[in-house]
Ligand binder design. Sequence first.
Ligand code: GRF
Length: 211
Amino acid sequence: MSKPLPIAVLVSGTGTNLQALLDSVHGHEAQVVAVASGAPGALALERAAAHGVPTAVFERAVYADREARDGAMAGWLVERGARLVVLAGYMELLTFVFLERFPGAVINVHPSLLPAFPGLHAIKQALAYGVKVFGVTVHFVDAGVDSGAVISQQALELPDAREPDEVLQALRPLEHALLPGAVRLVARGALGIDPNNPRRVTVAPASVEAP
Ligand code: GRF
């Protein structure tokens, strides 16, 4: 197998998606070389430390503006050798200052079938709308809110769901499979962009080894 892809993970909260990455691709197709957050108390940071992964906190209040914070954070991730940045429950928007350091190399997991319900309250909004099918999207990150090209999606029928937490718990296993799956695709260089439609991500089939 080729060398693991060095990845960084940005987190803000409990870090179950980070845990899924640590338990699946870490040390195999990918190596988590850095975990960063804007939130000092994030449980996700403890999960990283428990795996011996270096962590750092870049609190917005410490910097003059978001750009200054993003520049410092991107600089640290570049220093750590990250080649892909994975947003795993990172609840802040990244500025151009960050994105230009990792062109085409930032991905995010979102708990809806985009373009439906972008933003911070996806599950609540889907419930309020009365949808019967929920889902998860992994997508490239651009400067907009959950607006980058879609890498993978999975739907889940929950016609009787009433509570956001019930939906979140049901979507968790989908997120925890889809996000590592997308990292694997990046690691094997399988993702491309359709020359006729820059919104369409192409996936090269896995090569089949001769018996
Ligand atoms: C996930 O539902 C993810 O889709 C959203 O934030 C949540 C993060 O959960 N962007 P966790 O911190 O990975 O447990």
